[in-house]
Structures are given as structure tokens and as C-alpha cells.
Design a protein around this ligand. Sequence first.
Ligand SMILES: Cc1cc2nc3c(=O)[nH]c(=O)nc-3n(C[C@H](O)[C@H](O)[C@H](O)COP(=O)(O)OP(=O)(O)OC[C@H]3O[C@@H](n4cnc5c(N)ncnc54)[C@H](O)[C@@H]3O)c2cc1C
Length: 399
Amino acid sequence: MATSKVLPKIAIIGAGPAGLTLANLLYKSLPSSSLPVTIFDLRSAPSASTLHTPSGSLDLHRGSGLLAIEKCGLTSKFKTLIADCSEQTIVADKSGKIWYQDNDQTGDRPEISRNALTYLLLSSLPPDLVCWNTKVLSVTPGSERKWKITFGNKEQDEFDEIVGADGAWSKARDAIPGASKPFYSGASYLTFTIRNLSTNYPSLNSLVGNGSYSAFSEHKALVSQRGAMGSARLYLMMSIPSSSYFSDSGLDSLPPAELKKKLLGGEDFFQGWGNELQELIAAGCDAVEDKMEARPLYMHSIGDSWTHTPGITLIGDAAHLMTPSGEGVNCAMLDALELSEAITSSLETEGGLDEAVKRFEEKMWKRSKELMEEADQMKKIMLEDQNAPQQFCQMFKRA
Ligand SMILES: Cc1cc2nc3c(=O)[nH]c(=O)nc-3n(C[C@H](O)[C@H](O)[C@H](O)COP(=O)(O)OP(=O)(O)OC[C@H]3O[C@@H](n4cnc5c(N)ncnc54)[C@H](O)[C@@H]3O)c2cc1C
């Protein structure tokens, strides 16, 4: 698209899937020589080796994540990056009995690692578009209807439009009237990364297969996803009333042997689970190269919205935080696609940007409400339903 108008100066806060997708789409549609878009992220720039470092896996869906990849012109490259985790899905109960297995590779929901997705989205952007190691401290009203960002080093800059793609604890969200804070969802999780599962643990390698494996029972879920270099990422999700339980109880800093004893022998944990599942958890505790993560899961209330505020908007988790359901990243990338279309089309009309962003938000709130409902339902089945494996089995068959 070519335009002779003065383009608004845009800041995207957050170089996660939402922010990087938006940057790619704007970069493709606006005249690159004068692209007034900058992304700020508190993390360091990923090095080339991160592509081979195990990270979580994300399944991208037709009509949302995959559509955004296509619009970025990255489909061919995407296909070269999806070998680590297949689309295979296995659902079991706590004894290890399999209730559902789907080995089809339809290409409808290909899995890509988080690191590979970042690498892919960065590969088509000029390196200086992203300011790494740049923490945003606050977003406040600036001069002449602009918004001011204050950075970690106390420097400040003003922008015509700020897009908060800065995840759960968004600083952009803090600046918007009526935008609520996330609240604890009642679920917390531990993450382990077992490197070289295929060579070091052949029987566990067969157990979890080459895609996603889940076992559910008694307010707990074990989820394994395959990753780079034969690794498996293991999530142990639990229904826990207090958001600070892992730190208050000291569980998040136990040495591997004690953690294993607690998780496998504790009544509130995985005592009584099948031998192979217990071996998998033990292998996770033994995986000392990678630190265990222990985190509470937060969410926004279903159907949450805010007072439209000219010059500032939100996408991705910053806009609609939900518990993991396989939709978060897809919704975030579709937000980016729809917002990029709203921004580029508005540049043809005087004062059109604000109206276009307002229309975008209304559409996003409606779309994300349904996904938030589904995510909440999935959390309830996963962590509250006595027949979780059967319920998931039926859900997958219906889908
Ligand atoms: C355990 C778990 C498993 C999940 N599994 C799946 C799955 O299988 N499929 C799926 O679709 N979704 C999944 N999700 C959800 C998914 O990860 C998110 O929906 C997705 O990452 C949202 O992307 P985003 O770009 O909006 O935010 P994020 O990915 O959170 O990115 C935000 C970016 O903003 C940066 N940032 C934050 N604060 C600041 C600041 N103050 N200054 C500068 N930069 C800042 C961060 O460094 C980060 O790069 C899962 C989530 C969890 C917790």
C-alpha cells in the first residue's frame, strides 16, 4: 500500500507472538523506508542457538494463527520449522490407560515451538525494529493527544498510537480506564524440560509419543509436548486455592530428590498415579540442566472489555488473558492481523485511525469472549471433572 499521508508514530510494547505478528504485517503493508513502528521488549534478543533450545509447543489453527502466518508471507518457512512436535494427540487417565489417540497428520493444527515461532517472525523484520532489553515502566498521557512511554532507564518517548502486546501484566493495560487486573484462576503449574527423552528414556519416549500426551485425574493434569532435539516439555497442572502456594510451601525451590519425593508420594500430588507416569515425573525432576518453573495461572474475567481510549489499544494476552486451551496464541495472532488491517485501511481517511481501532476492539471483544468461555470450560473439565479423560475423548471426537 502506498500513501502520501504522514503516518502515525506507533509503538508496539512486547515482542511476543502478538507484537511480532503485528510488526510483520505493518512492515509488509506500509512503505518500509518510513515505517514509523518500533517494538519494545524487556527480554534480550534471542540468539541463533535458541532455535535448538527446548521451549513449549504451540499449535496454530487455520483461520487464525496459520492465516496470520500466511498473510505475513511466511508459510513456506513455517513448514520447515515444525518437525519437533507432531499433531499426534493421546489422552489417558492417571493409571496410564489410553482413552483417546489420534495419529492423523492433517496439517490443520501444526505445532511449532515458541522459540521457532519467534525466530520465524523475526526473520522477516529489520533487526533494528525491535528494541530489546527495553522495559516499559509506564504509559501515561503525553502532549497533543499523544501517549508517553517511560522506559526502565527513565528515558521517555511519545507516540500517536500505542499497542499493548505485553502479555498478562501489561503496562499499556494499566493506562486504560476500566481495564481490570488479571486474577488468579485457581490453577497453578510446574514445568520441566526433559532433554533427549528419545535417547535417555526409550520407554517414556514410547509412552508420550511424538506429539502431545495428556493424563488427567483428581484435580491434576500431566501434559507432555515434544520439542527440539528429542526433548519433552512436561507441565503438571493442579487445582490449588492459593496463588502463592508453590513459593509459600517452598516447593518451588526444593532440590530434585526432595521434589520427586513430594510429587510422587504426597497425597495432594501424584501419589497413586501409574508407574510409567510416575517415572515421567521423576525424569522431569532429574532434568537438572533446566530449572523447573512453578507458576500460578491468571486470567481476565470472561467477556472483559474496557473504555475505548484514543491512541492506545491492546492485543493478545494483554487484552484477553485465559487459562491454556490451545487458543491463546491463535487469538493473539488473529488480533494482530485484524488490527494491522484496521490500521492500514484507516490511513486513507482523515482521523480514521481512532474509529478503525474502536471497531477492531469491538470485534475482538466478541470473538475473544467465546474463546475465554471455552478456555474456562476446558480448565473445569481438566481440573474438576472426575471423568476428565472421557470428557476430553468426547470433546476431541466431536471436534
Ligand atoms: C503453560 C502455558 C501453556 C500454554 N500453551 C498454549 C498452547 O498450547 N497454545 C496456545 O495457543 N496458547 C498457549 N498458551 C498461551 C500463550 O502462551 C499466550 O496466549 C501467547 O503467548 C500470547 O502471546 P502475546 O504475544 O499476547 O503475549 P506474550 O507471549 O506473553 O508476550 C508478551 C511480550 O511482552 C514482553 N513484555 C512484558 N512486559 C513488558 C514490559 N513491561 N516492557 C517490555 N516488554 C514487556 C514480554 O517479554 C513478552 O515478550 C499457554 C500459556 C501457558 C502459561
